[in-house]
Design a protein around this ligand. Sequence first.
Ligand code: PLP
Length: 360
Amino acid sequence: MYIKDQVKKLTPYKPGKTVDEVKKELGLSEIIKLASNENPYGCSKRVGDELKNLSDYAIYPDGGGSVLRNSLTDLYQLAPEQFILGNGSDEVIQMISRAMLDSSKNTVMATPTFPQYKHNAVIEGAEVIEVPLVEGHHDLDAMARAVNKDTAVVWVCSPNNPTGVSISEKDLKGFLDQIPDSVLVVLDEAYYEYVTAEDYYDSLKLIESYSNLIVTRTFSKAYGLAGFRVGYGIAQPELIQSLEPVREPFNTNSLAQRAAAAALKDQSFILYCKEQNRIGIEKFERFCKEYGLNFFPSQGNFILVHFNQDADELFEALMKKGIITRSGQALGYPKSLRITIGTDEQVDKTLKAISEIISH
Ligand SMILES: *Cc1c(COP(=O)(O)O)cnc(C)c1O
C-alpha cells in the first residue's frame, strides 16, 4: 500500500494515561489531572440544561452551525460570515493546512509551540521553518525575517503553549506590519479568555485591518467543553470563504453546537474561572520564588516551572502522589513541568506535593 513518505515518519499522538488507568495502577482513590489544561471547574450549568432538551439524534447536524454562529455573532459583534467552526480548533488548524500548504510552500512557526501546526504542515508536505523562542517569547522579528517568497502560513500562539507567555499589542502590530498581505498569519488564542495582561492586543480589531489574519479560539479550555470538540476561526469573510471548501459538511456535531452556544451565554462563569485562575497562578509564582524555582510568567491556565532536574522523574514522583502533570521532556523543556492551574484546593495540594518532592 502507498503511504505518503512524510506520514510514515510521523508518530501518532500518544494520549496520556486516563485517570482511571492511573488510579488502578497506583491504587489511589483520588487523582488530580493537571496535564491537559482543562477547566477544573467544568463548564457552565447552562450546558447541562440545554442538552436535556435535545433528542433529535437521528438528524444530521446543522452544517452551518447557525445557532452557535449566531451566539458568536452576538458576543463579538461581528458578521456571521466571519466565523469558521471546527471539531476543536485542532480541526481549524488542519483545515488551514489543507487549504494552504503543499510541497511547494513553507510555513513559519516558533519552537517550542503547539505541536499541531508542524504535524499538519508535515502531512501536507510543506517545509517547516522553526524559529526558537527567546525566554519563552516568540522571536517575532526573526520569524518575520524567515518569511520568504514560498511562505504560505505563519503560526503565532499567544499565550504560547507550553510557555504561557503572551505577545504585547505593540509587538504583534509591528510583526503584522512586516508580513506581506499574501501570507496568512494564524493567531492561536486558545487561552484568550484567561489573559489579564494590560498590554494584550484586541485581536478582533486587528482582523479589521489585516485581511491576512485569522484568529483561532476554542471551547476546550476556559469554556470547559474539551469533550465536545468545538473551536473556531475568526477572520474577514473572504478569508473564511476560501477555507470553507475544505471543511467537512457536518464537522461539528449537534450536541457540541448546542453546548457551545449555551456556554457562550454564561460569561459570568468565564469571568469567575479567569479570576480563580489568576489567583492560582499568583500562588504558584509566590511558591516558585520561595523555593528558588524559575518559571515563565503565564497568561494561560497553566504554568511552566523549571526544576533543574529530570522532568520525567518529577512527573513520576508527582503521579505517585496522585497528581498528573505534563513532563517538559516532550515539550522541549526537559527539566520543566507544565502544570494546569487547578481549583484553589488542587493548587494547594500540588504545591505541597512539589515541596515534599524537591526538599528531599
Ligand atoms: C488546547 C489547544 C488547542 C486545541 O484546542 P481544541 O479546540 O481542543 O482542538 C489549540 N491551540 C493551543 C495552543 C492549545 O493549547
